[in-house]
Design a protein around this ligand. Structure first.
Ligand code: COA
Length: 150
C-alpha cells in the first residue's frame, strides 16, 4: 500500500484543502460555497488554536481533518473535530484513523483535556462510524447537540 503523509494545512496547500472540503460538503449535502469554505478555512488557519491537516498519498491530497479549540470552564481547553473527509477512492486504508490520531496528538500538545465531535450521518453508515470513533477513544454521551442559526 502506498505510503501516506499527514501534512498540516497552510497557505501552500490551502487550495487542496478547499477542494476536499467542498467535495465533503457536496457529498454530505451541507450548504456552503467554495468562497465561504475558503474564507472560513483561512480564518481558522490564522488562529493558533485551530488546526487542519491533509493525508497525502504519493502527492495526491486524499483526505482532510479540521480541528478548532476553545477555552472552557469544565475542561480548561476543549477541542472539536469539525470536518473529516477521505476521497472515496482512498477509503478503507486507514487514512481517517491517521488524520484523527494526528489531530488528537495536536490537541493534546496545546493543552486540550477533551475532544468532541458530531456524527452527522443519519443513514446506515452511522453504526460503522460509531465503531470507528470508539476505537479512537470516543464514547457517545447522553448530551444532545442543539443549534440555533444566527
Ligand atoms: C468516514 C471516513 C472519513 C472514513 O475514512 P477511511 O479512511 O475509509 O477510514 P479508515 O480506513 O481509517 O477506516 C477505519 C475504520 O472505520 C470503518 N469505516 C470507515 N468509514 C466507514 C463508514 N462510512 N461506514 C462504516 N464503517 C466505516 C472501516 O471499516 C474501518 O474499520 P476497521 O479498521 O475496523 O476495519 C470516510 O468514509 C469518509 O470520508 N466518509 C464521508 C465523510 C464522513 O462521513 N465523515 C465523517 C463525519 S462524522
Amino acid at each position: 500500500m502506498a505510503e501516506s503523509v499527514i501534512t498540516p494545512v497552510d497557505e501552500r496547500n490551502a487550495a487542496d484543502a478547499v477542494d476536499l472540503l467542498l467535495q465533503f460538503f457536496v457529498e454530505g449535502g451541507f450548504s456552503g460555497t467554495r468562497g465561504q469554505i475558503a474564507g472560513n478555512l483561512n480564518a481558522m488557519l490564522a488562529e493558533d488554536d485551530c488546526w487542519a491537516a491533509l493525508a497525502v498519498v504519493e502527492g495526491v491530497p486524499a483526505g482532510i481533518v479540521t480541528v478548532s479549540t476553545t477555552r472552557d470552564i469544565e475542561y480548561g481547553r476543549i477541542a472539536e473535530f469539525g470536518d473529516l473527509y477521505i476521497r472515496p477512492d482512498y477509503r478503507g486504508r486507514g487514512l481517517a484513523q491517521q488524520l484523527m490520531e494526528a489531530g488528537q496528538a495536536w490537541c493534546k500538545s496545546i493543552g486540550c483535556n477533551a475532544v468532541l465531535l458530531t456524527i452527522a450521518r443519519a443513514d446506515n453508515e452511522q453504526e460503522g462510524l460509531v465503531r470507528f470513533y470508539r476505537k479512537l477513544g470516543f464514547e457517545l454521551t447522553d448530551r444532545m447537540i442543539a443549534e440555533c442559526r444566527l
